[in-house]
Ligand binder design. Sequence first.
Ligand code: NAP
Length: 496
Amino acid sequence: MTFRCQNYINGQWLDAITSDTLESRNPANTEELVATFPRSNSPDVNAAVAAARHAYQTWRQIPAPTRAEYIFKVGEILTQYKEELAQLISQEMGKPIAEARGDVQEGIDCAFYSAGEGRRLYGQTTPSEMPNKFAMTVRVPIGVCALITPWNFPVAIPCWKAMPALVCGNTVILKPAEDTPACATKLIEIFAAAGFPPGVVNLVHGVGEEVGKALVEHPDVDLVSFTGSSQTGAEVGGICGRSHKRVCLEMGGKNAQIVMEDADLELALEGAIWGAFGTTGQRCTATSRLILHRDIKEKFTQMLQSRASQLRLGAAIDPNTEIGPIINHRQLQQVRQYIDIAREEGAKVVMGGDIAREGELGKGYFFLPTILDGVTPGMRVAQEEIFGPVVAVMEVNDFAEAIAIINNTNYGLSSSIYTRDINRAFAAIRDIEAGITYINGPTIGAEVHLPFGGVKRTGNGHREAGSTALDIFTEWKTVYVDFSGSLQRAQIDNRS
Ligand code: NAP
């Protein structure tokens, strides 16, 4: 059955004002139409922003513990619909069903974690330098937040943004990726079922260049929280910078796993397989480079090849599938092009390297798990995000070289090192330029109560998740209460 998605504006389900629609198809079988959704434009955005602006004045004054109860309710309903939503994610986005359940679980975890913040949202009290004067800080909401999200975590990422934003007293408008409109619609149905007042939560479907841009440029949007490619993020950030909007950017990665000569190789292998090929390499934290010490490089590459060749490609809904499809035709072609680039630059394709066309796989956008050997730091495949099941193997002579190479990229999201040497592990924690470092674990595996984000071109200094998400969605207000009954001049009257 085809899902008919609509926008959700001011508590009502609506088509685009023009009635134009677009389609979303199963990437494992493009003959299967999953959903139709509105091709919205500026007038739809204007209506959503007006609703969110109006609702904000009331919502921000509702006590935070009460606002949190709505989020708690979303968590309960999400739990009830976990399986249904996971099946939809697998069908529309293509990730294997176990991973799709994990995607929803992350949303559930985020709901309960964010709801807890409703009874914290801590500020600070601190002594004043003046007598009979009280000083404190409180968090205040920012206003109308536009949430622009990618397709690779169609439930978790919107939850990561919407839940803390709402607890903090903001109203939100979600613009989901064009590739996963049904997942977004189902998620917002769940928010709607939690009973938020009209206008507090809104959803506008459509094309990034149209709806996304209209939201970013809208003068009544106070904050843009964006997750996607560094290229789009730069555009979004530029517009927000020029119009003095708050903006949080979570962008691409070129993550690496280092394997030192003293590592537990079996453990490092499991990490590399999961990190490089989990979610078909379409995670912002995916292991895209493997930095191997020369003493174990040949052996480990062979182990990797042997294990990767057993991975089962298939439709995500099949519980035996380990690698699902690439999200769309454009992305499939991009991954394919990177293989040509790798060859031209002198890398060796030791496994995979092509579109998978056998049998049922030919109906979708499947790509063979791919290992590139002999990759050197200057190559494009060592520098650019590929976003597919492709891992570049790089050999190093020692720890110092491993650190130099892991840092030799414009990105800085996730990183990993496998070693039994505690000194090296701590040196790596200190020296790797990334927002996240795993010791003896793969580059993927974020938990919602810890900060998430990256350095360099991966981010603009914010961290989602954890209590740091509150810094995105609130402003600090500093409050002085003078109960002396007289004018007290700081830095002057308390000095002789
Ligand atoms: P994308 O093409 O940049 O799109 C992200 C979102 O932005 C989509 O909703 C897209 O809409 C919208 N958009 C496109 N052009 C826009 C514009 N001019 N103005 C406003 N919005 C616009 O990225 P993607 O391909 O969906 O996602 C993959 C990328 O996301 C990768 O680079 C990955 O590393 C990154 N990512 C980062 C994180 C993180 O936390 N750091 C997490 C997940 C993914 P349409 O879908 O309609 O184009």
